[in-house]
Design a protein around this ligand. Structure first.
Ligand SMILES: [Zn+2]
Length: 358
């Protein structure tokens, strides 16, 4: 079954983790033997061959670079210009992948339909081109809102204004406060360009404010449920209901601390916490129960989003194991039509509506 994964930090892995994603996951892990500069060294789960193996034919791939002021202890760039330059390096990597036929940028309805037909008709092979929609996680690198227009020109189609902590446009996870003029101006530019607003990582104040001000298409690329794991990074039932009302689709994330309560980074283990793919189904099911249908949740795995095997479901060895999800949904009583929706159909319906006029 075709899978669409709406959140992968591919270029970040290529440039900051120094991973050649043309290699297989076992090859990348071998190359990292003995390295200990990051907790997930030798434990990656994502690469282009494994996306093909898992029939993940379309992904939302990010650019990501944070700005931090002197009093912000989070890692990040010391100026928006440096953050912008970092995202341009990431763009250069995607473009190089395109030139080699590894990836193909999807930027409108037409390129989406062409890619879907190609993916369906082309036999499984080692060089099948993976489609990607470019998204920006955290908008700090947009030096002024005018840069969003420039980014639109090279294919940027979704922006999540915030990431962790205070942001230049909106405050994110673990922080509070409404957006100022900067953030509201950015939303206006996005609306005019028909960019998708990714509400993932917005702090609660900014989340409600964005819903009120932004009239375009909204998704939450990688988010789970607060009712199951109580943390401000997750959505409360009230937020989930508001998103459902806005016809949003949410991508279920595969980061263990968001799947089971009491996860302790660097201490807990996937099997020790009994955190398998079944836990992802719990979050998916929670959203479906709230919605009364299976139309508002899909996959946004965030695999290799600065964590690897040490912090993802124990029965997932590589991203190809996303193909285990349909059977688990079937076991919970989901119909094949609903399962196809969760694996790809819900993102497609969303994109076709969002890109209707392009
Ligand atoms: Zn994220």
């Amino acid at each position: 079954m075709l899978i669409i994964d709406a959140h992968l930090d591919l270029a970040m892995n290529a440039l900051e983790w120094n991973r050649d994603l043309k290699m297989t996951v076992p090859e990348i892990r071998r190359r990292e033997t003995g390295m200990n500069d990051k907790p997930d060294r030798g434990k990656g789960t994502v690469s282009l061959p494994q996306l093909r193996e898992g029939n993940v034919g379309l992904v939302v791939a990010t650019q990501i670079a944070r700005f931090v002021s002197a009093d912000n202890p989070l890692p990040g760039w010391h100026s928006p210009e440096q953050a912008w330059a970092q995202t341009q390096g990431q763009l250069a990597w995607y473009k190089a992948m395109e030139e080699e036929g590894e990836m193909m940028q999807i930027r409108d309805r037409r390129s989406l339909e062409i890619h879907l037909a190609y993916w369906e008709n082309e036999a499984r092979n080692e060089h099948k081109t993976i489609g990607y929609i470019l998204s920006l996680e955290g908008a700090d690198s947009i030096i002024t809102p005018g840069y969003a227009e420039r980014a639109y020109e090279y294919g940027l189609r979704a922006i999540g204004p915030a990431h962790y902590g205070p942001g230049r446009y909106a405050n994110g996870t673990d922080s509070v406060g409404e957006m100022g003029k900067n953030g509201l101006d950015l939303l206006k530019v996005m609306e005019r360009l028909h960019m998708i607003l990714d509400v993932t990582h917005l702090c609660d104040d900014a989340f409600w404010q964005a819903l009120k001000h932004f009239r375009g298409a909204i998704w939450a690329s990688h988010n789970n449920c607060r009712a199951l794991v109580d943390h401000n990074r997750q959505y409360s039932d009230e937020q989930l209901k508001a998103l459902i009302e806005r016809k949003a689709v949410m991508g279920a994330a595969f980061d263990n601390w968001m799947l089971v309560p009491e996860w302790k980074r660097g201490v807990s283990t996937p099997s020790g916490m009994n955190c398998g793919l079944e836990k992802v189904i719990d979050h998916i099911d929670h959203i479906c129960q709230l919605a009364g249908n299976a139309e508002h949740v899909a996959i946004g795995s965030d695999l290799d989003g600065a964590f690897g095997k040490e912090q993802c479901p124990f029965d997932l060895e590589t991203i190809a194991d996303l193909q285990k999800i349909p059977a688990l949904l079937m076991k919970r009583g989901y119909s094949s039509e609903e399962i196809a929706g969760i694996m790809h159909g819900n993102w497609l319906r969303f994109l076709r509506e969002a890109w209707n006029e392009s």
